[in-house]
Design a protein around this ligand. Sequence first.
Ligand code: IFM
Length: 458
Amino acid sequence: MSTRVFPDGFLWGVATSAFQIEGAPEEDGRGESIWDRLAATPGRIADGSDGRVACDHYHRWPEDLELLTRLGVGAYRFSVAWPRVLPGGRGALNVRGLDFYDRLVDALLERSILPMVTLYHWDLPQPLQDRGGWGARDTAHAFVDYADAVSRRLGDRVRHWITHNEPWCIATLGHEQGEHAPGHRDPAEALRAAHHVLLSHGWAVPVLRRNSQAAEVGIVLNLVPPEPASPSPADREATRRFDGSFNRWYLDPIFRGAYPEDAIQDRVRAGHLAPGPLPFVEAGDLAAIAGPIDFLGVNYYNRAVLRSEVVPEAENAPRAVPLPPASELTDMGWEVHPRGLRALLLRVHREYRPPRIFVTENGAAYADGPDAAGHVADARRVEYLRGHLAACAGALADGVPLAGYFYWSLLDNFEWAHGYTKRFGLVWVDYATLARTPKASFSSYRDVISRNAVEDEP
Ligand code: IFM
């Protein structure tokens, strides 16, 4: 093993999101979100659970901040729950909801931990969904009002702002595949939703800059580097298609001000779009989406290996199908492939040139729990972390302007449609008692942070 040292000032952090950890859905005037509604619908969450308690972070946040201090992170990425701030989605402000985040920010700063705030991590207020949700352009306007309200209150202390977490998931998992809230299966609506999310990002950036002096504003994309299963033209074509719909559909408008033409034509062929101009794009939209940002957040979990498969009746066209990879998988069924992170970061740097990049999420679900002595020996997560941090060091050596890394997640938490069955945390949460137990990976990450260095393969 050789040692890779990170640059001075490299930001080490962990990430969480409101719905996944907070609980307290009815406290202090919080309104209903689309995830409360989905979780209350029988059959939608694998273990029949919901977010009513989650990690009870709403009450236990001082204990969680103590964990951050023990870990030694310089930054904490968390999200604000829109339904706490504006229970109706827009209109009357719920000051008590904002107070919670105000206290959190102050307490982080007292501990010299930078708050990195995600405004939207999937918990849309249900009243906005009732008026069309992200499929409706008006939701983009509502998001700007929400961003304004949060940044007016926190903008004097928060410098790092993320508009959205993972627009692909919002659009595709929520509106096309139906696995996430609001649980729709409508490809045309998904494309509208994607556009309105991006548009709301573009509109919110200047608002955040206005309300927050020296703000650094970005957006977080979940990106999956695709590789063809073979050099055959068909597999390469499947790879192009996957890349177009998964990665470039978001990267291109943000950095180039245009949706990728080949991916538009794929959607036309699939019958999700009519030929001609995109019906949801109005004059000025793309310029707004492509407004300058200060950083791109990259969430990386795995690559996709693609082969072409003809699906004769459902769809008279080749379809990109991820191959089950032969190598190690996490409990999510996601391949452990650290090299993909280095290659992805280099590609994004070369092709899109964001001023700075943060890895805003990277992590692994493994079920390892406490042994008889109460220790959680999550050796696979320790190795996962080491491998991916070495990949980050490699990307830095390649010249990528990588400014920080956030492990997903601090705590085991509510993993959306999987409920509490998948554990990503550096800290074990006993859901019966809500006791927190740092795992071995917590100690190993703490050591990386304190040394500002990681071991790499020779
Ligand atoms: O838990 C999620 C998170 O909310 C968004 N990114 C991926 C994580 C793991 O699935």
